[in-house]
Design a protein around this ligand. Sequence first.
Ligand code: HEC
Length: 183
Amino acid sequence: MSDSNEHELLIKTPKQLIYAVIAAFVIPIFVIILLAYYVSSSEKPAAGSNAFSEESIAARLAPVGTVDFVDANAPKVLKTGEQVYAAACAACHTAGAAGAPKTGDQGQWSARLSKGFDTLWQNAVNGIGAMPAKGGNSDLDDIEVARAVAYMGKQVGADFVAPEPAAPAAEAPAAEQAAEAAK
Ligand code: HEC
């Protein structure tokens, strides 16, 4: 039983020593490059994602509650009849859900049309039968409801004309006063 066999050396020739020395340099450098790449690339988004764009970061960092300042004096921009219809009325009236008269269905509308525009408008604003007031959309201006009714009327051939909102009258007295003062 000889001891020399048990301690077998990995490096036996000068050539192996050279390889070992080179590997001892190259492998750590390679590992360092990989680590550096790993650390610096940890924030790279997936291809095609804009998760790290300035806007989306700002959106993520934005405070939870934000306030939109709306100028209370600015005139409300009223939607067109078609827009109102699509947003607030189509849900029931396109398919005729809950017994709603179907838009464009002459037969279901003829009796209603004969009530006249103003009555239909009032009923749409206040609600009628299974229809909630303003179709359940209380934010709508009465004029917007009128436009939607006119739009629905047109689909069955009625030439309804929705009233226009009253023009703001605030300017007139001031202008008159100025004219008086100039006399
Ligand atoms: C939740 C469903 C629903 C929505 C939303 C809805 N309607 Fe109606 N609407 C009905 C029903 C049901 C009737 C029939 C009511 C009746 O005659 O009993 C009706 C009837 C009407 C009539 C006929 C009224 C009359 O006097 O015969 C008009 C006009 C009308 N809707 C306009 C609108 C407009 C404009 C909107 C959107 C702003 C709207 N509806 C949204 C369900 C709805």
